[in-house]
Design a protein around this ligand. Structure first.
Ligand code: CA
Length: 368
């Protein structure tokens, strides 16, 4: 050990050294003491929607703003809309290929590439939005979705719910099952398969081309979303019948993230991205409900000729039967499809029991 004299000597030498340093001018830059901020990680996002599309596009813009703020600028997202990448229905392929890191779209658009993707948007006669959100986050839905998307090298997350969708805009009334024969309708997802089984001719058309397709009789009817987004599309000017929904009781959009991009992010930025996706998805659900309420009030006031209809019971019974038969066929053809279909069915039985004595009972028992 050092003696007291040695300690005093070392202290004196240190003082001299410090004094000498403080007299040196200018002080050489000390890189370690003033760290430069790390270069931000910039992720590219492709969305199916056109530029600044309300509600859907707001979700991606809010995601970009939120991750930048939450990460203090370390994580940034740039957004390319359909006008830029020109492939509204190519979002999965582009994220899969690594051309984009993130996508915002709807899972059922990929049914032609992988039929098992179509169960994760909304299924006819299936879960309402709150029931489906419960299934996704707590009933195993996200795990099943990931099982399907793993082979595509992407992660999939809920991306915002539109709530119950309207059955669509029709130029002619549908009074019987025969009226569906040959009906050319824009309707994606499983509902399109159901209508095809009853003799209709379903098709999918990108949002930007919908109005023209209906106006030029390329199609006889279409469904898009509901008042939240239908009002601005102007369909009410060319098709007077607005049918209530059966086909998309709680449409959830989707964020997809390239697996390699995800693996390359530090843990905290992954948490920020996951949390921000969940936050904007929830925000979109509230916003979509709000805009539907506002817009439907405006539509009733400004366009009193719009006729709200519900399909006759005979038609709904036929649609439900076709739906059940198709589900049985899809389940028999693929064990993963069976697992998803069974999960949705058992969750619906359980969730609907609660819905029946809560929201449904409440609405049915409102006094005049
Ligand atoms: Ca729709």
């Amino acid at each position: 050990m050092y003696g007291n004299r040695s300690v005093a000597l070392i202290a004196a030498m240190l003082l001299l050294l410090l004094a000498a340093c403080s007299e040196q001018s200018p002080t050489p830059p000390n890189v370690a003491a003033t760290p430069q901020p790390a270069k931000p990680i910039v992720l590219k996002l492709a969305e199916t929607w056109g530029p600044n599309y309300p509600i859907f596009g707001d979700a991606t813009q809010k995601l970009a703003a939120l991750v930048e703020q939450m990460s203090a600028g370390r994580l940034r997202i740039t957004i390319d809309s359909a006008n830029k990448h020109k492939a509204p229905f190519g979002v999965l392929d582009m994220v899969k290929a690594g051309q984009y890191d993130i996508g915002h779209s709807a899972s059922y658009y990929w049914k032609g590439k992988d039929p098992n993707t179509l169960y994760f948007t909304s299924m006819p006669f299936s879960l309402t939005a709150p029931e489906q959100l419960a299934w996704f986050y707590y009933g195993g839905g996200i795990d099943l979705m990931q099982k399907v998307y793993a082979k595509h090298g992407v992660l999939s997350f809920p991306g915002g719910n539109t709530g119950n969708q309207m059955g669509g805009w029709f130029r002619k009334e549908i009074n019987s099952v025969e009226d569906l024969q040959g009906l050319k309708m824009r309707i994606p997802g499983f509902a399109g398969e159901v209508l095809a089984k009853l003799g209709a001719k379903p098709t999918n058309i990108a949002p930007g081309e919908l109005y023209t397709a209906l106006e030029r009789n390329t199609i006889d009817a279409l469904e898009w979303v509901g008042p939240s987004l239908d009002l601005r599309m102007g369909f009410h000017k060319i098709a007077p019948y607005y049918y209530t929904g059966w086909h998309e009781p709680g449409t959830e959009l989707q964020f997809i993230v390239n697996q390699k991009t995800w693996d390359g992010l530090p843990d905290d930025l992954r948490t920020i991205l996951r949390t921000a996706m969940q936050a904007v998805a929830f925000d979109m659900y509230a916003r979509a409900f709000h805009d539907s309420a506002e817009n439907w009030a405006a539509m009733k006031r400004e366009y009193p000729d719009i006729q709200v209809k519900t399909f006759p019971n005979e038609v709904l019974v036929a649609l439900k039967r076709a739906n059940d038969e198709l589900l049985a066929e899809f389940a028999a053809a693929d064990p993963v499809a069976k697992e998803i279909i069974d999960s949705l069915a058992s969750y619906q039985a359980k969730a609907r029991g609660w819905t029946a004595i809560s929201d449904q009972a409440y609405l049915n028992s409102m006094p005049d």
